[in-house]
Ligand binder design. Structure first.
Ligand code: F1P
Length: 342
């Protein structure tokens, strides 16, 4: 067993397969990218909603087209808050299994009520979701046995990131990510494993801004799902506006800093250190503080497009090792099933 661990560790291989897939399918992708649209919506459930948050930010940044990430249930329950009848949309429905009821229902509802085309994104090429969608992106090579999403998340994110790259970037800007992950995973795993063995922490705050906000939510969800631990997630500066009241010596803050806003984010982190928090920092630049446990990725080519993908395996390992230290089995997380059907 212990397939969750194996699937987290093997991701660099899966990322290589993903990059190969992207090169093979580039002409097919250009078909749906050429569909008339003035807005892009990303949707899914659970981890796939977190994926939608990251993808929408990167898409709008890279392609200068309005983009939004919403939970699938919002599409058929509160469509007025998502769509305008006069707009033309490209709707990406993301689902590892392709069988999540809400995500399938969301695409069906959109096709009945609004204007535009749909792209189904799943690990399962024969899934109900991909049958409903006008276009398909399938990742059979990223399938996993783990109940919680692990390798499939960064593979799908890498693909949507590739489609959202600005004109001055191309797949070559992503091609070294597998090797960079292989370089840092062994030492990063040691840092994470040691930190996760400290069971004195009783509050866990995940901080991420811009494209890292969805990544912070995903790290928070993995931690919660595998180790059955309450967590909270905020954008960095939002944390000052009230939630910081809980910070004390038993607080662990997982800080996912960016390249662009690092100086602002560092100020928040240093303030929380003064309030007694311990910091796990993933970033491109060091905080240079003895109170921060760090995994730093200084490579020149890494930026706010690629770093969000790179942080994921380390966040997955944090949830995995916290579960192990609590005597839980990450392969069978409490209350959870691989697919939620209603
Ligand atoms: C995936 C999902 C996860 C969630 C849990 C249950 O569904 O909802 O996001 O964390 O593991 O399954 P999907 O990607 O197959 O739609």
């Amino acid at each position: 067993m212990d397939y969750t661990y194996r699937e987290i560790l093997q991701q660099s291989t899966t990322w290589k397969k993903t990059l190969h897939y992207l090169q093979e399918k580039e002409s097919y992708f250009s078909q749906f990218l050429a569909e008339t649209h003035d807005n892009v919506i990303f949707t899914g459930c659970g981890s796939c909603y977190n994926l939608s948050l990251v993808s929408s930010h990167l898409w709008q940044t890279g392609k200068q087209i309005p983009a939004k990430g919403v939970p699938a249930s919002e599409i058929f329950l509160f469509p007025e808050g998502v769509f305008l009848p006069q707009n033309q949309y490209l709707l990406f429905g993301i689902s590892r299994s392709g069988e999540t009821t809400e995500t399938i229902k969301a695409l069906q509802y959109f096709k009945d009520k609004f204007r535009g085309k749909t792209v189904g994104v799943s690990c399962e090429e024969n899934s109900s979701l991909l049958k409903v969608a006008d276009y398909q992106m399938s990742f059979p090579f990223a399938r996993e046995e783990s109940v919680v999403m692990t390798q499939s998340f960064p593979s799908i994110l890498l693909s949507l990131l590739f489609l959202s790259l600005p004109p001055n970037k191309n797949i070559d800007d992503l091609s070294s990510l597998p090797e960079i992950l292989e370089k840092y995973l062994p030492s990063g795993e040691k840092v994470i494993k040691d930190l996760a063995s400290n069971l004195s922490f009783d509050k866990f705050i995940f901080l991420g801004s811009g494209p890292y906000y969805g990544i912070a939510w995903e790290g928070s969800l993995k931690f919660k799902e595998m180790s059955v631990t309450p967590t909270e997630t905020f954008r960095f500066l939002e944390f000052r506006h009230g939630p910081k009241s809980v910070v004390d010596e038993k607080t662990l803050i997982i800080a996912l800093t960016s390249q662009r806003a690092f100086s602002w984010e560092k100020e928040v982190v240093m303030e929380m250190i003064d309030l007694g928090a311990t910091i796990l920092h993933l970033g491109k630049n060091s905080l240079n503080s003895s109170r921060a446990i760090e995994i730093i990725f200084p490579e020149e080519l890494l930026d706010d497009f690629s770093l969000p993908v790179l942080y994921l395996p380390f966040l997955q390992l944090l949830g995995y090792y916290r579960a192990i230290n609590k005597g839980l089995n990450p392969d069978s997380p409490r209350h959870l099933t691989k697919v939620v059907k209603i």
